[in-house]
Design a protein around this ligand. Sequence first.
Ligand SMILES: [Zn+2]
Length: 252
Amino acid sequence: MIIDSHVHLHELSNTSLKNYCGLDSGYILLAVSDDLKSSKRTLQISLKCNNVVPAVGIHPWNAHKVIEYEIDQVLRLSYRVKFFGEIGLDLKFMAKTFQDQLRIFRKFLAEAERRAIGLSVHGAGAWKYLINELRSYRIKAVAAHWFTGTHKELKELLDYGSFIGVNSAIKIQKKSRNIVKETPLESILTESDAPYNYRGLVLEPETIQETIKIISELKRVNASKVQEAIVRNFQNFIKRAGVSNSFLDFLK
Ligand SMILES: [Zn+2]
């Protein structure tokens, strides 16, 4: 089983979605959302595909577009999910809307604490602030999606109990390779962030195999051992957010 802990399935066409839908596909995926519409779509997909853990949320890039009603509607979906995502803060691509991002992120954090919901967080250029916010809440399961922060921030996230999402961009992103070297294997999760295009590199679940190979070289651990560790980590991650035992059986 290949683990994709952060993927935007709602952006895929029905034809493309078929490749990842159902356990026969060989994937277990945590599907994140960007707004109300995509949150509903992700929920729909998860009803059809028994290998998909759905997450609802408002992407920090949408912070300036959403009205209060939409935020509340997404939060209301929380009774149907065990994860929020993609939520977070971004000072790298969207610094202008930071105050809106912060306000929305805090709403999700409060609800996540109240209902013991796990998170897939985005923190581009803002990991310092994101960690600060996390510290004000008790969140049981966190995955730092495509983490690109500093050594200090990595240590702080690991101390918080967060998992570190390693993206397929590791192929060309040197920073990402250094992060893998510094992160214990038991805290690493693989992810695609499909269908994003990073500097000409098309990110898709298929690229995760190569990520595992790179992690295995960096860690000097056999690729099958890395693969097993990541399945175990994902099990641990979703269990903390209260995903039912029947789902965990799929991973055996
Ligand atoms: Zn994403």
